[in-house]
Design a protein around this ligand. Structure first.
Ligand code: ADP
Ligand code: ASP
Ligand code: MG
Length: 418
């Protein structure tokens, strides 16, 4: 039997009517002759509520219990989806992570897949089951306890199942009808893309476009999974949505394909640290040990500003998620107390956001950075930090200008035009 994976996100299973709507889409594929593995998220808002309950109970919570609580949202929707399909006459069964079993690493709340043995689900397909409904976002660790994959993780569950079961396609049903040139909730000029290259989607996701979890794109790329994003609220067929595929399957070639943003960033500057070999290691090792996800880094040397300092000094600036600022501050203060580093001041700016332009065409085109900076300058937006890679340019700016910057860049690179 050909097999499809269909994933429904939180808004697509937000209540019983929406679960029924999603189930009807599944039924249609069964009628077309497919066996289906359905991956479900928790009802929208549920995971946030569960996280809130954990944090309201224990400030420095035990990560195993966090996962035990937070994974439960998906258990509810998996059971309800299986029930709804049964009511419609479709033979269906639900599976929690441990029942499959979805084996993961031990890293609670950020676990990765180790293996997904097919035997249990295949045995049920062989008995006539047409749909396996699997709870997304969760697995079981080597210690036999429930793990979760990080926020947005059901996308990754879906791709992993598509790879493990050799699915014809992995369809991600969500509340938008595809991947757009930027978040359609920020820019009304955002344009839906028919296709996007894996590399571009990977950059967009990791730079903040939450339509797909970054890890799901990585997995799809590695295992060559045909990955599609489409609407759960519209009638859809084989040609709907956006296909994430290899670069050479894309006809349209442009320098910039999309604009992404990440709202909750912070900028931290260690003012006047010694400029000597080993200083970066001395700063960033303690941050890594503290679990701080450092993103952009700049080291700016200004002899002039430090005339009163003997020897060479520098400022070291980095960015990290705003909710990790306290952890970063502690790590730096501890490193200073231990005599590993010295600095005059630790300046924190928690009101910044990151805006990025992405496109594989940048590899062969000059002038993208200049065009980006000009567009921001025309809006009087000050750039605080810049980072580039082969196919992206990111800037850190004041958060209050984030939406304006996204729109200005969308205009500057004429992304509304096909
Ligand atoms: P789900 O609950 O189905 O997993 P998410 O909320 O995780 O859905 O992801 C879908 C959302 O991603 C959309 O509602 C949209 O606001 C946002 N988004 C951000 N960037 C993009 C983009 N480039 N294209 C489409 N959607 C985007
Ligand atoms: N429910 C989880 C979350 O909100 C996983 C997912 O929906 O992908 O992060
Ligand atoms: Mg999501």
């Amino acid at each position: 039997m050909p097999l499809l994976v269909m994933k429904f996100g939180g808004t697509s299973v937000a209540d019983l009517d929406r679960i029924a709507n999603a189930a009807a889409k599944v039924q249609r594929e069964v009628e077309r002759g497919y066996d289906v593995i359905v991956i479900v998220s928790a009802m929208s808002g549920k995971t946030n509520e569960l996280v809130g309950w954990v944090e309201g109970t224990s400030r420095l919570y035990d990560a195993r219990e966090y996962d035990a609580v937070v994974a439960s949202g998906e258990n509810v929707t998996a059971g309800l989806m299986a029930l709804r399909l049964q009511e419609m006459g479709v033979p269906a069964r639900s599976w929690q992570g441990w029942q499959v079993p979805i084996n993961t690493t031990a890293q609670h709340s950020a676990a990765r897949f180790v293996s997904i043995p097919r035997a249990n689900i295949d045995a049920k397909f062989a008995e006539g089951m047409k749909v396996a409904v699997v709870a997304g976002f969760q697995g079981i660790g080597p210690d036999g306890r429930i793990t979760t994959l990080g926020r947005g993780g059901s996308d990754t569950t879906a791709v992993a199942f598509a790879a493990a079961f050799g699915a014809e396609r992995c369809d991600i049903y969500t509340d938008v009808d595809g991947v757009y040139t930027t978040d359609p909730r920020i820019s009304s000029k955002a344009r839906k893309l028919d296709r996007i290259a894996f590399e571009e989607m990977l950059e967009l996701a990791s730079l903040g476009a939450k339509v797909l979890q970054t890890r799901s794109v990585e997995l799809a790329m590695r295992y060559n999974v045909r990955l599609r994003v489409l609407s759960s609220f519209e009638d859809t067929d084989e040609t709907s949505g956006t296909l994430v595929c290899d670069e050479d399957e894309i006809m349209e070639s442009r320098v910039v394909s999309g604009v992404a943003y990440s709202r909750d960033e912070a900028k931290i500057t260690l003012v006047t640290v010694e400029d000597r070999p080993g200083i970066s290691a001395a700063i960033f090792q303690p941050l890594a040990d503290a679990g701080v996800n450092v993103d952009m880094i700049v080291q700016n040397i200004s002899e002039k500003d430090y005339e009163d300092h003997p020897g060479s000094v520098t400022d070291m600036t980095f960015s990290c998620p705003v909710n990790q600022v306290e952890r970063a501050r502690k790590a730096m203060e501890n490193a200073r107390s231990a005599g590993l580093i010295a600095y005059d001041d630790l300046a924190v700016d928690t009101e910044v956001a990151k805006v990025s332009v992405v496109g594989i065409g940048m590899r062969s085109h000059a002038g993208v950075a200049a065009r980006m900076f000009k567009a921001l300058a025309d809006e009087n937006i000050n750039i605080k930090v810049i980072a580039t890679s082969e196919i992206k340019i990111s800037v850190l700016i004041d958060r209050k200008y984030m939406e304006l910057a996204v729109q200005a860049l969308h205009d500057a690179f004429e992304l509304e035009r096909a």
